[in-house]
Design a protein around this ligand. Structure first.
Ligand code: CUA
Length: 173
């Protein structure tokens, strides 16, 4: 849904930009006194600048107020299954790979060597959760399996020549 909105917004701005460019190219052939026009647009630019700063401030405050995003999130009172994940060049070691539908898993992710990504894809290959696998650091995230099938785990961080082959599976029954 968000992707669709972003796509249409991008398209709209591309068209808008093309129209502005076309208009500038078309009207640049006309000769006229530019002094008042320049004055007017300098003023418009100031207003635009201030508006932009205000808008960006509001957006920044609104989107970043929950930083740092280090709070583990899962529904209180739900029993979680802790799973230890160790990434390495080029694979993943999980101490558990079979789960049941409805299980909430607490993935504790780290790595033996370089930084990797730990991306979990559901049976439809939709990314449902991910975190970084960082050396000497454990990242935690929670995932509730809501459909049965084979979940793929892919590395989402370029980590070497065989990065594209770095994957494993989890089975949910
Ligand atoms: Cu590990 Cu890419």
């Amino acid at each position: 849904m968000i992707q669709l909105i972003v796509w249409y917004a991008t398209l709209l701005f591309i068209i808008l930009l093309a129209v502005v460019f076309g208009w500038v190219a078309f009207s640049s052939k006309k000769k006229q006194d530019y002094a008042p026009i320049i004055k007017r647009w300098y003023k418009a630019r100031s207003i635009y600048g201030v508006l932009l700063v205000v808008l960006m401030l509001v957006v920044t405050i609104y989107t970043l107020r929950e930083l740092p995003f280090n709070e583990p999130s899962h529904v209180e009172g739900v029993e979680v299954i802790p799973v230890h994940v160790e990434a390495f060049q080029f694979g993943f070691e999980l101490n558990m790979t079979e789960f049941s539908v409805g299980d909430t898993v607490e993935f504790n992710v780290t790595t033996k060597d370089v930084t990797h990504g730990f991306g979990v894809y559901d049976p439809d290959m939709v990314l449902v959760g991910q975190t970084q696998a960082m050396p000497e650091y454990t990242n935690t995230f929670y995932l509730t399996f809501d459909q049965p099938g084979t979940y793929q785990v892919l590395c989402l961080e370029y980590c070497g020549l065989a990065h594209h082959m770095m994957m494993t599976e989890m089975v949910v029954k």
